[in-house]
Design a protein around this ligand. Structure first.
Ligand code: SF4
Length: 379
């Protein structure tokens, strides 16, 4: 078990080395895809490895000449990695229409560190009406044709169905790990869970599923640790990998994370497909699901607050910890409403503003201790 977890952690903390090695061993190409809605299955069906773009593991330096320092950590650090030639193992990059900051990255990359294959997708918002679904399908067809032309490999209906099945299997295994954590709180540490999900975004899916299958029975054998722990959910951290130091602090302070609403978490594997119809339509339907609500896509009828409150109730947790990425407008715009709703519902909530480089651990520790006091004292 320790070996599998070590492998997941290595991939998550140093994707540069593990992906370079993977490429040397397999001779295959790697395509980076921007979070959070690009259908990776289409890249997989073309025989290449899709990897979700990540926040780098170093402070941003040269990147600040190309991007505002009031951009979120993910966008700044990705550009920094690109202009410092740290991403040359990525043969291609696919971006999509998302938040304002994400929309300015592609042109910066195209001008200053162009990959060998580059594609920008106009994924539509989640508005009602068939026109939006049709447009999503249109964009996926464009993505498919572009990958076929560049890779020289046709993406057949069968290969796409096979990739969807491979991805569905991985999603269902990740779901099982999450169910186990809910059933036996404390069994899986937050940093382990992060490594499990994050490595799935960066590894060959079949290999990841094999490792998960071997890990699951071992995790089931672990003892539940609930003694006097405060049960919480973490939420937010759109697109961006949370700092493991903060996850550790939450646990050290006396809390146990039972579930989450973060992208490198339950949002990534939500909604399996299991469709026998047209694979592109099935992919469109998965990626246009209203839940979990996507704050970058402006569906004003599906309230993120409802989703979070439901999660708190379902999991019967005592509080919720918001991880708000500094300079993340989609989350910032929703946060006042989220906060007001938690107050109305009497749900204890604390917001930790997190940044790519600077995290004041001691300040966060103090705030978490105060949060526990509030929950214990019912203040
Ligand atoms: S949604 Fe937030 S975290 Fe994601 S790219 Fe936009 S600003 Fe950055």
């Amino acid at each position: 078990m320790e070996e599998v977890l070590r492998r997941f952690t290595e991939v998550s903390t140093d994707p540069y080395t593990s992906l370079t090695k993977w490429k040397e061993q397999t001779g295959k190409k790697i395509i980076g895809s921007f979070p959070m809605r690009i259908p990776e299955e289409i890249i997989h069906a073309s025989g290449m490895l899709p990897v979700v773009m990540w926040r780098g593991n170093e402070a941003v330096t040269m990147g600040h000449s190309y991007v505002h320092n009031f951009n979120c950590g993910l966008t700044r650090s990705f550009i920094d990695d690109a202009v410092r030639d740290k991403l040359t193992f990525m043969d291609g990059m696919i971006f999509c229409r998302s938040c304002l900051q994400a929309e300015e990255i592609p042109s910066t990359i195209e001008l200053n560190a162009p990959p060998r294959h580059f594609l920008y997708l106009y994924l539509p918002p989640l508005y009602p009406g068939s026109a939006f679904r049709d447009f999503f399908i249109h964009e996926m067809k464009r993505m498919k044709e572009s990958l076929e032309e560049w890779s020289g490999q046709e993406i057949t209906k069968e290969s796409l169905e096979n990739s969807i099945a491979i991805y569905d299997k991985n999603r269902s295994l990740l779901k099982k790990v999450y169910e186990l954590r809910k059933k036996k709180p404390g069994t899986i540490k937050a940093r382990e869970m992060l490594a499990i999900v994050h490595s799935s975004m960066l590894m060959d899916k079949e290999e990841h599923s094999r490792l998960l299958e071997s890990l699951l029975p071992e995790l089931e054998g672990r003892k539940e640790i609930t003694d006097d722990k405060i049960s919480v959910i973490i939420a937010g951290a759109l697109c961006q990998t949370p700092h493991t130091a903060i996850l550790d602090l939450i646990e050290e302070a006396g809390m146990v994370i039972v579930d989450d609403d973060i992208y490198i978490g339950s949002r990534y594997f939500a909604n399996e497909i299991h469709s026998s119809g047209d694979p592109l339509e099935a992919l469109a339907d998965r990626n246009m699901k209203k839940l979990p609500p996507d704050p970058t896509m402006g569906d004003w009828k599906t309230l993120w607050t409802d989703y979070m409150v439901d999660k708190v109730r379902e999991n019967k947790v005592q509080g919720i910890i918001t991880l708000l990425i500094k300079y993340c407008p989609p989350h910032l715009c929703y946060y006042p409403d989220i906060r007001r709703r938690f107050v109305e519902e009497g749900i204890p909530e604390i917001m930790l503003e997190v940044e790519h480089e600077v995290v004041s651990i001691e300040q966060i520790r103090t705030r978490l201790m105060a949060f526990i006091e509030v929950i214990r004292g019912g203040v």
